[in-house]
Design a protein around this ligand. Structure first.
Ligand SMILES: Nc1ncnc2c1ncn2[C@@H]1O[C@H](COP(=O)(O)OP(=O)(O)OP(=O)(O)O)[C@@H](O)[C@H]1O
Ligand SMILES: [Mg+2]
Length: 356
C-alpha cells in the first residue's frame, strides 16, 4: 500500500500522465481499428485555423486559455476571448468568423440534431439495476453528479467507470480511455486492478489507459482541466470519461470565509461551464463527485454547491446506505429519466448488483 501512494505522488509532480508509465506493456485495450469504425463527432483541432491565416502565436494564446478545438472557439464568448492576453478585438472577430465558417453556425434540423444525439454513449456502472435507472449507464456529452454521505460509493463508482469506459461499446463500455482528477487523494490503482480483473481485462493495459492527476487546490484543479483538454485534443475521440473526485472539496477549503462564498460560487461556475463545454466538445462522459464533507453542508443528503452545480450538471444522483452492505441510488434530477431508485452493492470488483 505504501508503494502505491508513492507511485501516485511521483506521478502527480508532472501534472497529468499515465498512472502506469513505467510499465513496458503498452498495448491499449482500445482497439484503434474499432475506434475508426465508430462514428464520432467532428473534432477540428485549433491548428486548422492556421490554414485560414491565423498565426501560430495566436493559436498558442488560445491554447493557453484551454481552447484546443474550433468548437471551443464557438463555445467561448467574444468577451472572454478578448480577455486572453495579446488577442485584439479585431483578431477575436476574425477567429470567430473562421470558426463559424468551418463548423456551421445557427440552426440545424431536429433530425440532424437527433443524428448528433445518436453519438451519445452510455457507460455501464457495473450494476444492471443502476444502469436501468440511468437508461443504460452514464451518458457522454453530459455531466453526472453523484452526491451522498461518506462511504456511499462515490469514489468506488468513479473507479468502476474508469474500467468500464474501456470496455467495447457492445459490452456497455465506451471503447475509450479515462482521465481522473483526484482532489482528495483517494484514487487507488489496486482498486482499478481488481475491477479490471472482474471484467476480464488486462489490468496493466487498463491502468495505462487512465491518466491521473492530483489537485491540491482549486487553482490547480482549474489548471489541470486545461491540461486535460490538451490531452483530449491530442488524441481526438480516444477519451470517453473524465472523473473529478471531488469537484468542490478544494473550493470549500480555498474559499472558506463567509465573505468568500460568492467568489467561490463564481469560480465553481466557471469550472462547471468549462466541464459542460468539454463534455460536448469531445463527446465524453463526466462524472463528478461533489464530496460530502460535513463542514458546509448541514444536510449531507442534499447536493452541495447550491444552484451552481444544479444548473451545470445534467444528471444528479443521490446515494445513500441501505440494509447491510446495500447502497441505494436515486435520480435526484435528470433531463430524461424519471425519479426512481435502484439498489447496488460495492464489491472487490467495484459497483455491482446486490447478491441476494
Ligand atoms: N475492495 C473492496 N471490496 C468491497 N468493498 C469495498 C472495497 N473497497 C471499498 N469498499 C467499500 O466502499 C465503501 C467506500 O466507498 P467510497 O470510498 O466510494 O465512498 P465515498 O462515497 O467516496 O465516500 P467519501 O464521501 O468519504 O469520499 C466502503 O463502504 C467500503 O466498504
Ligand atoms: Mg470518496
Amino acid at each position: 500500500m505504501a508503494d502505491q501512494s508513492v507511485l501516485v505522488e511521483t506521478v502527480v509532480n508532472n501534472g497529468i500522465c499515465s498512472i502506469n508509465e513505467s510499465r513496458s506493456i503498452n498495448q491499449p485495450t482500445v482497439n484503434q481499428e474499432d475506434m475508426a469504425d465508430c462514428e464520432e463527432i467532428d473534432i477540428i483541432c485549433i491548428e486548422e485555423l492556421t490554414k485560414e491565416g491565423i498565426n501560430v502565436s495566436d493559436i498558442q494564446k488560445l491554447k493557453s486559455a484551454g481552447i484546443y478545438t474550433v468548437r471551443a472557439v464557438q463555445m467561448t464568448t467574444r468577451r472572454n476571448m478578448c480577455k486572453i492576453k495579446g488577442l485584439s478585438e479585431a483578431k477575436v472577430e476574425k477567429i470567430k468568423e473562421i470558426a463559424n465558417s468551418l463548423m456551421g453556425d445557427g440552426f440545424i434540423t431536429a433530425s440532424d440534431y437527433a443524428d448528433m444525439r445518436a453519438l451519445v454513449i452510455r457507460i455501464t456502472t457495473g450494476s444492471k439495476e443502476f444502469d436501468k435507472l440511468l437508461g443504460g449507464g452514464i451518458q457522454s456529452m453530459s455531466i453526472t453528479e453523484a452526491f451522498g454521505e461518506f462511504r456511499t460509493g462515490k469514489t468506488q463508482l468513479a473507479h468502476t467507470l474508469c474500467v468500464t469506459s474501456q470496455l467495447p461499446i457492445e459490452m456497455g463500455g465506451g471503447n475509450g480511455k479515462a482521465a481522473y482528477i483526484d482532489t482528495e487523494g483517494t484514487f487507488r490503482p489496486d482498486r482499478i486492478q481488481a475491477i479490471a480483473e472482474r471484467f476480464n481485462l488486462d489490468s496493466n493495459v487498463v491502468l495505462d489507459n487512465i491518466i491521473y492527476a492530483r489537485a491540491h487546490n482549486s487553482e490547480q484543479q482549474m489548471d489541470l482541466l486545461i491540461q486535460v483538454v490538451s490531452k483530449f485534443a491530442e488524441e481526438p475521440g480516444t477519451y470517453k470519461l473524465l472523473v473529478i473526485d471531488s469537484i468542490i472539496a478544494q473550493f470549500r477549503t480555498d474559499y472558506s470565509g463567509r465573505g468568500e462564498l460568492s467568489e467561490r460560487q463564481q469560480k465553481l461556475n466557471i469550472m462547471l461551464a468549462r466541464l459542460s463545454r468539454m463534455s460536448e466538445e469531445f463527446n465524453i462522459a463526466i462524472q463528478s463527485d461533489p464530496g460530502a464533507g460535513l463542514t458546509f453542508v448541514p444536510d449531507p443528503k442534499k447536493p452541495v454547491g447550491g444552484n451552481v452545480i444544479a444548473h451545470a450538471s445534467t444528471t444528479r444522483l443521490s446515494l445513500r446506505k441501505g440494509r447491510g452492505g446495500q447502497r441505494i441510488v436515486k435520480i435526484y434530477d435528470s433531463p430524461d429519466m424519471p425519479e426512481s431508485e435502484a439498489v447496488y452493492e460495492i464489491s472487490v470488483g467495484g459497483v455491482t448488483d446486490c447478491s441476494e
